[in-house]
Design a protein around this ligand. Structure first.
Ligand SMILES: NC(=O)C1=CN([C@@H]2O[C@H](COP(=O)(O)OP(=O)(O)OC[C@H]3O[C@@H](n4cnc5c(N)ncnc54)[C@H](O)[C@@H]3O)[C@@H](O)[C@H]2O)C=CC1
Ligand SMILES: O=C([O-])CC(=O)C(=O)O
Length: 329
């Protein structure tokens, strides 16, 4: 049976994440090995030529699943009929900046894109915001799209999740495949909280296997939370291939479901669970099935975790106030 192609819109297509992302989408890694895709690339006018160059290379790969590429500098064109939208296009931070410092520079990008999604995207649109500060940019886009169900706007904390998996695997002498049920809570920022209290390593409780609260507080959490800055320091540019990989993982999980007994982390609109004020786009543990996600309920949050979740949520509230002040929501 021939399947209808899925329209995937990628913004910032000529950027460094775009370059690491597009080929993987076209090869079937985003949606599955039997799902044809059409790519819609959105760029600012001066970068259209570079986007065309990337499209030429995509052509040259002769991906059997790639059924078309359109390039535009108009969000109304790029989001027309979009089933999946990856909002990557935004300025990256440089050394010495926090991601929140980008709010003023980048926030303005997401309101018109939200409006264009509202007006033109397909009814089943799923949005992942990657551009920083991702959680609050997702809030801006969502606020500009009142006709799209709020839960379709998500922000990427999967890179943090993947970073935490590897750090925990290294500490416990295991492999990432042995680790389940890890959670990133809160904001994709230095206040995020990677939580191992409900995680398991080869079936055993991770916190008990580690049994080292000092390592948790002084090594693991800051290493994961500040990994983006460490990459900028080492590479001279922010994470690109790992960010593209996390975007693939995020959408793949959302569309194709999580494994039995495991969960993933996604920045999603809070329904008030775990004391996170309703409407904030905050990272939670989620399971996914049939293209929808559910927050994992009933986890016992200890004092150590509560303080850290609250601190990150407070920062999200402050970012929300800031974008209210800028008239973006
Ligand atoms: N959530 C996460 O885990 C991560 C987020 N990021 C963020 O992703 C964003 C992109 O990073 P890079 O690709 O490294 O940056 P980049 O500077 O290499 O590429 C960004 C691209 O976006 C384009 N762009 C700017 N404004 C646009 C608009 N209004 N519409 C469409 N395209 C537009 C630029 O022309 C450029 O080609 C940054 O904000 C970065 O901080 C990066 C890594 C991880
Ligand atoms: O740190 C940055 O600015 C880029 C990013 O979001 C990350 O690598 O997690």
């Amino acid at each position: 049976m021939t399947r209808t192609p899925v329209n995937v819109t990628v913004t910032g297509a000529a950027g460094q994440i775009g370059y690491a992302l597009l080929f993987r989408i076209a090869s079937g890694q985003l949606l599955g090995p039997d799902v044809p895709v059409k790519l819609r690339l959105l760029e600012i006018t001066p970068a259209l030529k570079a986007a065309e160059g990337t499209a030429m290379e995509l052509d040259d790969c002769a991906f059997p699943l790639l059924q078309g590429i359109e390039i535009s500098d108009d969000p109304n064109v790029a989001f027309d009929g979009a089933n999946v939208a990856l909002l990557v296009g935004a300025r990256p931070r440089t050394k010495g900046m926090e991601r929140g410092d980008l709010l003023e520079a980048n926030g303005g990008i997401f309101k018109p894109q939200g409006q264009a999604i509202n007006a033109h995207a397909a009814d089943d649109i799923k949005v992942l915001v990657v551009g920083n500060p991702a959680n609050t940019n997702a809030l801006i886009a969502q606020a500009a799209a009142p006709d799209v169900p709020a839960e379709r706007f998500t922000a990427m904390t999967r890179l943090d999740h993947n970073r935490a998996l590897t750090q925990l695997a290294k500490k416990t002498g295991s492999t990432v495949a042995d680790i389940k049920r890890l959670t990133i809570w809160g904001n994709h920022s230095a206040t995020q909280y990677p939580d191992i209290f409900h995680a398991t390593v080869a079936g055993k409780n991770a916190a008990e296997v580690v049994n080292d609260e000092k390592w948790l507080a002084e090594d693991f959490i800051p290493t994961v939370a500040k990994r983006g800055a460490a990459i900028i320091e080492a590479r001279g540019a922010s994470s690109a291939a790992s960010a593209a990989n996390a975007a693939i993982d995020h959408v793949h999980s959302w569309v194709n479901g999580t494994a039995e007994g495991d969960w993933v982390s996604m920045g999603i609109p809070s329904d008030g669970s775990y004391g996170v004020p309703e409407g904030l786009i905050s990272s939670f543990p989620v399971t996914t099935k049939d293209g929808t996600y559910d927050i994992v309920q009933g986890l016992d949050i200890n004092e150590f975790s509560r303080a850290r979740i609250d601190a990150s949520v407070k920062e999200l509230e402050e970012e929300r106030e800031a974008v209210r002040g800028l008239g973006l929501i």
